[in-house]
Design a binder for this molecule. Structure first.
Ligand code: MN3
Length: 394
């Protein structure tokens, strides 16, 4: 009974959410989660890059305290559309760094894609906000800095990425028990069974067709190249304090087991569910509570087989590059990440072949200036330099 009472009191306090990147795939699914739990969750800040019409629709529905449209060209459109509401309108990506610090915000969900997520995450942690981390590039590039800052500010960084949410759920209640191995599961993407030769000829449409998950274009291409698992390995390293050599990618084509943790006694824990991002999003937003929702649960009677394969770093060189970057540290993950972002964008614009993504990253990692003791500003400088240089070439 004591438990029930505690729960009731906790539920009374609404968690006020800022969604950085509310019009993207994760942002829209997060709003779906919020709309199912309006008694305990509210959207206070919404931000978008250029999708201003969607941002306006969301603002009219969720009545946030404020919105930010990063692309200033659309400021007057948004302002005009929301003139009869109480929602404040700001423009420019600098404004995102301000709104994450507002008093009306408890949790910042970083649903923006790429390196752009780093600065707002730093600002949010500095002002003591709980982080629901969906932007993996933040930890890939600035993991060491972010972990130290979060510890210093006593800020919780709750994973939204499904694999990391799985690990987080597996270690809850394990106190000081050491993690021996993390098995990050990977679907293998659309080219799981192709040779490197065959991958040379794949089209953009084929690469965008993920077998199990519905995600934005950047992460879908990263999944096809398996750079996504590489980025996630680095993300896991910082979230859970586990060495890269103890984090293993395992291909699990059904995407039902979202990751596994092995403990020192040889026991493994896994978290299972249908591939639906709303589950890890909800867990991060309502943690430590589990609440009912309208997602379809996994039914073991409908799935006769769960299979596992070794991830092949010969056919998927991005995975090998990510382990190398993690091992070297410094600004090498930043070089790798920036090169990947530029290469993926070039592939999305059909300027390069799929297999060139890995080639471009590998070349960048061996040619750009390596800084071992890199700080936050080095990451920004590296990111800018790699982007500028590669964009000239592509
Ligand atoms: Mn993931």
């Amino acid at each position: 009974m004591g438990n029930k009472l505690a729960k009731h009191t906790k539920m009374k306090q609404k968690k006020r959410i800022a969604i950085i990147g509310s019009t993207g795939s994760i942002g829209r699914q997060a709003l779906d989660v919020i709309s199912q739990h309006e008694d305990i969750l509210s959207a206070e800040v919404l931000t978008a890059n250029s999708s201003w019409e969607e941002l306006v629709r969301q603002a009219l529905k969720f009545k946030p305290n404020c919105v930010v449209i990063a692309n200033k060209d659309y400021y007057s459109d948004v302002k005009q559309a929301l003139k009869d509401t109480d929602t404040k309108v700001f423009a420019g990506s600098e404004s995102i760094n301000d709104v994450v610090q507002l008093d009306c915000v408890d949790v910042v969900l970083t649903a923006v894609v790429g390196f752009a997520g780093l600065r707002p995450t730093v600002k949010a942690i500095e002002s003591g906000k709980t982080i629901a981390l969906s932007n993996k590039e933040t930890l890939v590039v600035g993991g060491e800095y972010i972990s130290r800052l979060a510890l210093e500010k006593r800020v919780a960084v709750l994973p939204v990425d499904s694999e990391h949410s799985a690990v987080f759920q597996c270690i809850n209640g394990e106190y000081d028990n050491k993690i021996k191995t993390i098995y990050l599961t990977a679907s293998g993407g659309p080219f799981r069974q192709m040779s490197r030769e065959q991958m040379r000829e794949v089209t953009l449409a084929q690469a965008l067709k993920h077998p199990n998950w519905s995600m934005g274009p950047k992460v879908t291409i990263d999944s096809a190249s398996m750079m996504n698992k590489g980025l996630e390995m680095i993300e896991a390293r910082w979230l859970f304090g586990v060495e890269p050599k103890d984090i293993k990618a395992v291909v699990h084509p059904q995407s039902i087991i979202h990751s596994m943790v092995e403990f020192e006694d040889g026991s493994l824990k896994a978290q299972l569910g249908v591939p639906d991002m709303r589950l890890p999003i909800q867990y991060a937003l309502t943690y430590p509570e589990r609440l009912p929702n309208n997602s379809k649960p996994f039914n073991p009677f409908e799935q006769s087989m769960l299979t596992f394969e070794k991830a092949d770093t010969e056919r998927f060189p991005c995975l090998r590059l990510a382990y190398y970057a993690a091992e070297k540290g410094g600004n090498l993950p930043a070089i790798m990440n920036a090169a990947n972002e530029v290469a993926v964008q070039a592939f999305l614009e059909e300027k390069i072949r799929f297999t060139q993504i890995a080639d471009i990253i590998e070349k960048a990692m061996s040619s750009f200036c390596f800084v071992q003791n890199a700080g936050l500003e080095d990451y920004f400088a590296t990111d800018r330099q790699v982007r500028e240089e590669l964009q000239k070439q592509l």
